[in-house]
Design a binder for this molecule. Sequence first.
Ligand SMILES: Nc1ncnc2c1ncn2[C@@H]1O[C@H](COP(=O)(O)OP(=O)(O)OP(=O)(O)O)[C@@H](O)[C@H]1O
Ligand SMILES: [Mg+2]
Length: 279
Amino acid sequence: MVERLKEAIEKARAQRAQLLAGGPAAPAPAPPRPEGASAWTALQPIELSPGRLQRNRIITLDRSDPAHTTFDVLRSRILKAFQDRGWKRLAITSPTKGCGKTFVAVNLALSFARQPDLKTLLVDMDLRAPSVARALGLEMRSSMRDFLTGSLAPEAHLRRLGDNLALALGGARVGNAAELILEKRTATILAQTIDRMSPDIVIYDLPPMLVNDDAFAFLPQVDAVLLVAAAGETRAGQIAACERLFQDGTAFLGVVLNKVEERPDDAYAYGYGYGQDQG
Ligand SMILES: Nc1ncnc2c1ncn2[C@@H]1O[C@H](COP(=O)(O)OP(=O)(O)OP(=O)(O)O)[C@@H](O)[C@H]1O
Ligand SMILES: [Mg+2]
């Protein structure tokens, strides 16, 4: 298993090097489309069901759960690091499955969306197991493949929550995810979408790092990465293995310790903590 993963990562590394050596892909010719503010108003608006959100532990929208403050603190730290360095694109990943990547990505995105002067784009790049739509209680008919291959324009695929959160989500799992992630066209379409929407921050919900090479292959398209670990499940060696993979040139912001056991005397015991790894 470890050998297979190593091989896959070596392959992805070689493909990445090739991709980078080839320089940025030429943008596909596209008809004139709305940009900036009008690109946001053109998106189909959605509404979320509070009951569904609560069941799925999405706590940062109505904020009745005091734990939402933990996400607000995380948001402020990330925002500072991003603004200081001129970054825009944040990846959320974990060593293995089920640590809480989607839980962190969605709560963080909704926390960002509460900042009226910031525009946030949340993208479900866990193509083999998309789950952001489900976490938000949404049904998506179009797939991320349609969007990432350009057969569906961003303004037809993206949804808008309120004025300043855009969502790129998929309903169904995408076949050949590894190839799609590595295609130049995917990078081009994401870059064009960011250009057109001009979000202040883009949050990518990625697959886990140590299960296949999808997340690793995507790292050149992000500015920084946040690792979600599950208390009692994630081992120190797995975090170290991820850190080694980030050394290839991705800024590692730190580890969010999720699923920490709840203690009745702890107001912030919803289940996560944040350790910053670099200043
Ligand atoms: N802090 C938490 N406390 C309790 N349960 C949690 C917490 N965070 C996440 N969960 C639950 O754990 C499960 C996995 O969470 P989530 O889907 O966010 O993980 P993931 O890393 O995105 O998983 P996958 O690798 O399958 O995409 C979900 O049922 C979620 O509701
Ligand atoms: Mg997930």
